[in-house]
Design a protein around this ligand. Sequence first.
Ligand code: GN1
Ligand code: MG
Length: 371
Amino acid sequence: MTQEKMKKIYDIASNFQFEGNLMFAEPWGNGHINDTYLLTYEIGKMGYIRVILQKMNKKVFPRPVELMENIVNITVFLHKKIEERGGNPYRETLNVIPTKDRMPYYVDAEGEYWRSFVYITDATCYEVVEHAEDFYQSGLAFGHFQCLLADFPAEKLHETIENFHNTKVRMETFKKAVEEDLAGRACKVEKEIQFVLDREHEAGFFTDLIEKNELPIRVTHNDTKLNNIMIDNDSRQGICVIDLDTTMPGLAMYDFGDSIRFGASTGEEDEKDLNKVSCSMELFEVYTKGFIEGCEGKLTRRELELLPMGAKIMTYECGMRFLTDYLQNDVYFKTSREEHNLDRARTQFKLVYDMEQKWKQMHDIVKKYSE
Ligand code: GN1
Ligand code: MG
């Protein structure tokens, strides 16, 4: 970090209810949206304490006040539930650290919004599944998260990003991006554009069912990547679900599907060598088992049947979003190389294609755990 950036972080940090002396600040994690830092404080003779400080992305989340209201409501609700069940509410949910003015966010001189969370020690976020058991644990934890929030008053939640998993609307945005071709890149990705268009008839699959009131709307996380879960280093349990920015009313299939697209892939999300990318049926199976168990019997027969569709549509949608961003000159997701978004889009399309080949197998696996 530059000296200037470091100074800025120190200034921002001084507005929060932190105690002790700030010793270090370092960039943290691999999120594509917000800027995250890990701060280490020394408190007298008690040793070191760490906290997370995060600058929220205002372009992606235009209403940060509403967003933080959601997060406070969700985390306070989870904190109580976990306590009642005899768990550790400082490890099993995020906890917001307020500012000195007792606000859940701080607005700096440039109008940027910052927030802070208790840091969860001795736990790790993984970018790829190293042990199948960890992926099972993440399924269990995301299923459990949905379950804990089953009686959360959903009407209290603001929609932080409108139409977030409305694949039909995502398709319209994609087609507009192709037409406008702002970055002049469309000619380089004709094959990928065609891949999306060939499957256009599936884009409205879930939105149509929602319109017809055929599926239960639940409070879902909506961004259930493996790296949005912390796995305890000792017990190897999925200890805490993080990145709650998109927790909103949604479908169980979204949460199942987004986990599969990221965690059941044999390659990283931005892998350039597509030969390394496929949807592992072994990983699909362990996640399915974990997620269904974590939901504690709350999923309806129809929801269970639609889990494979959730995987396919979430992967398709995400690939479409990466390609849209590539066409729009990389304005949404953080990138660190010229074709980063294109590489990401390609892995997603490879996965969609692979799922299409393994469609029957995916259904058989879901059936096996749905009895
Ligand atoms: C973003 O913030 P992060 O990195 O967990 C994105 C997700 C995408 C994901 C792709 C608010 O998640 O929707 O699926 O990147 N979050 C938002 O890796 O757009
Ligand atoms: Mg994240």
